[in-house]
Design a protein around this ligand. Structure first.
Ligand SMILES: [Zn+2]
Length: 459
């Protein structure tokens, strides 16, 4: 089966070009003007539309046992939600906890995705302890194609590693050429501040942010940077949320530390007043690091435009209202997460490109290309070029709509961006040459997605 997309304007991280794209099978085989179609070719007219490389969400949770419950999506629901919103590849955090065996966890996470995802996917392997068998297990996992790690400097005694384990992980990662993604907070301070607030009777969701303030995230970010500096490893801060932490990362970058930065959709659009709403409405806006004081939003947008923030992910992690209410007597029991896999691209386009905060090329870079480059997927993913996978998003900039939980594919009963207007959406989304989405509807093949094998590239 061949695919021809005619007359669109192709936007990559470095160029804009009006041309046709021809894909034979799963791969882009020609880009040019007036390309001819063999009989039987599926032809899509993209006149007046933009064509982007399939977008990549570098940070999602799909299968996730957490705080005594499970995140709501499956790979079936999350991948369709992703595709409808223009995301054709996601990288899931494989998160066995400290009590689990790492290799068994890895196999479990893989089994949840295999044959289920409608788009391509990969894994960041969490290192939640460092024991005798850890090195050999991680070598095996890297050899299997999962060439990135995740560490948590928060969630003490569950996902969290101590400084010694962080050192061992980074030292091994350096030898293996593997990038290490990191949740940067100070676990000890979070635990102490939580206890203090609860002892004072401060139990509502509005106390979640004060229990993990900006300084606590900045400390974690700075500590990661110092450990990177002294091991020579390459790191990637996930979901950086505020100016103080940004400064720690940018300082490190400027002294040559190999540190990259991701911020996630909620931190660009929502602030801590959302978590201060009474009852379950506040709980729906609880994630870690928390939503911050409003002054940070503009700082993040500017850093994103400048490229100091490399990528935009989501930290997609849906828990429904009933699950959120597990924390009604204590904010520490609210399952953390604000889902966004379906809305990331449209909101970033609307609030970024349309509002003049981001140019189109940086938008593509931040939401696709840079993640592909950092995580060993480029140029197979993250660009529109001959030889790349035909993961394409034909984007309708004239579309106008409103985000609502009622019409979403994400398996959840609320959307934190409910009622927000979007000015654009994908009209066609392809995965390796096959049309999976048309105008907001999934029309494709379930289970088409494949696990992407990635080589280490950070030596
Ligand atoms: Zn996460």
């Amino acid at each position: 089966m061949a695919l021809l997309i005619r007359n669109g304007e192709i936007v990559t991280e470095g160029s804009r070009l009006r041309a046709d794209i021809y894909a034979e099978g799963e791969t882009i085989t020609a880009i040019g003007n007036n390309l001819a179609a063999a009989p039987g070719t599926e032809v899509i007219d993209a006149s007046g539309k933009l064509i982007f490389p399939g977008f990549i969400d570098p940070h999602v949770h799909i299968y996730l046992p957490f705080m005594g419950t499970f995140a709501k999506d499956t790979h079936e629901t999350a991948s369709i939600a992703a595709l409808v919103g223009g995301t054709t590849t996601y990288i899931e955090m494989c998160c066995p906890n400290r009590n689990d065996d790492a290799l068994e966890g890895y196999e479990l996470w893989k089994s949840r995705a295999a044959g289920k995802s409608a788009c391509d996917y990969a894994f960041h392997m969490s290192v939640t302890k460092f024991v005798n068998e850890t090195e050999s297990q991680l070598r095996e996992i890297v050899a299997d194609g999962s060439a990135s790690f995740k560490i948590f400097l928060a969630y003490k005694n569950f996902f969290g590693v101590d400084d010694g384990e962080m050192y061992q992980t980074l030292e091994l990662a350096k030898r293996l050429g593997v990038i290490v993604t990191a949740h940067c907070e100070n676990a000890e301070l979070v635990a102490r501040l939580q206890q203090k607030l609860l002892a004072e009777g401060r139990i509502g969701p509005e106390w979640h942010e004060p229990s993990r303030p900006e300084s606590v995230e900045a400390e974690g970010t700075g500590r990661l940077a110092t450990f990177l500096e002294n091991t020579g490893a390459t790191g990637y801060v996930v979901h950086l949320s505020c100016e103080k932490a940004l400064r720690a990362a940018v300082d490190a970058k400027s002294r040559g530390v190999k540190i990259h930065v991701e911020s996630v959709l909620p931190h660009f659009l929502l602030d801590k007043s959302h978590a201060e709403l009474p009852g379950v409405e506040g709980m729906k806006h609880v994630m870690s690091p928390p939503l911050r004081a409003k002054r940070n939003l503009d700082v993040l947008w500017k850093a994103l435009a400048a490229g100091d923030i490399d990528t935009v992910g989501t930290d997609h992690c849906p828990f429904d209202a009933e699950q959120k209410l597990m924390g009604k007597d204590s904010f520490v029991n609210i399952p953390n997460g604000i889902p966004g896999i379906e809305d990331r691209v449209n909101l970033l386009y609307t609030q970024g490109v349309k509002r003049g905060r981001l140019d189109l090329e940086r938008f593509v870079d931040a939401a696709s290309t840079r993640a592909a480059k950092l995580f060993g997927l480029y140029p197979r993913k993250g660009t529109v070029a001959v030889g790349s996978d035909a993961d394409l998003v034909v984007y309708d900039t004239n579309y106008r709509g409103v985000i609502s939980a009622k019409s979403q594919y994400t398996n959840n009963d609320y959307n934190a961006f409910e009622g927000v207007e979007i000015e654009g959406r994908p009209s066609v989304v392809t995965v390796r040459g096959k049309v999976q989405v048309r105008d907001g509807k999934f029309v494709g093949e379930r289970g088409r997605g494949r696990m992407l094998k990635r080589e280490p590239s950070h030596f």
